[in-house]
Design a protein around this ligand. Structure first.
Ligand code: FEO
Length: 169
């Protein structure tokens, strides 16, 4: 495997684990506020991020490539209002999309078609993640200021259940 592609794939394990850690922080923020449904939604999001990390980890192993685990950074978003958290989520997903695109570009440059095919799932997934983050903001803008609507939105987010990723390696 090309050294740069390898390095970026390995770094992505850390980025996804950081994402899990970040969403755990979001979940904790909402739990402390008594918004259990929002807390549930981000807890499941954290689980999905850990799955993403494991997909990169397993892909490298399957390719016979070394995996090097690094320190996971402290969640660095300032969580001072519900909307700040939701917007930080969207901003983070846009950042992750840029990372996936960078790996894709590196793989494309060296004609690493297998890595490109592996990354196709993530390209689609990032589209969904950004849509979800945007939807959360829209709903909060519409309903967040009315306690009864916020209660229902919290109920809706509380119904989210975990499902394993559709990509199996
Ligand atoms: Fe693993 Fe939310 O991107």
């Amino acid at each position: 495997m090309n050294a740069k592609v390898h390095e970026l794939l390995n770094q992505q394990i850390n980025k996804e684990l950081y994402s899990a850690y970040l969403y755990l922080d979001f979940s904790n923020y909402f739990k402390a506020k008594g918004l259990d449904g929002f807390a549930n939604w981000y807890m499941i999001q954290a689980q999905e991020e850990r799955d993403h990390a494991m997909l990169f980890y397993t892909y490298l192993q399957n390719e016979g490539q070394a995996v090097t685990l690094d320190a996971i950074a402290k969640p660095d978003k300032v969580l001072d209002s519900d909307m700040t958290v939701l917007k930080a989520g969207l901003e983070h997903e846009q950042y992750v999309t840029s990372l996936i695109n960078d790996i894709y570009a590196a793989a494309y440059e060296v004609k690493d078609f297998r890595t490109m095919q592996f990354l196709d799932w993530f390209v689609k997934e990032q589209g969904e993640e950004e849509t979800n983050a945007n939807d959360m903001i829209t709903k909060m803008e519409l309903f967040g200021s009315d306690p009864r609507s916020l209660y229902m939105l919290n109920q809706e987010l509380g119904a989210r259940v975990y499902s394993a990723p559709s990509l199996v390696l």
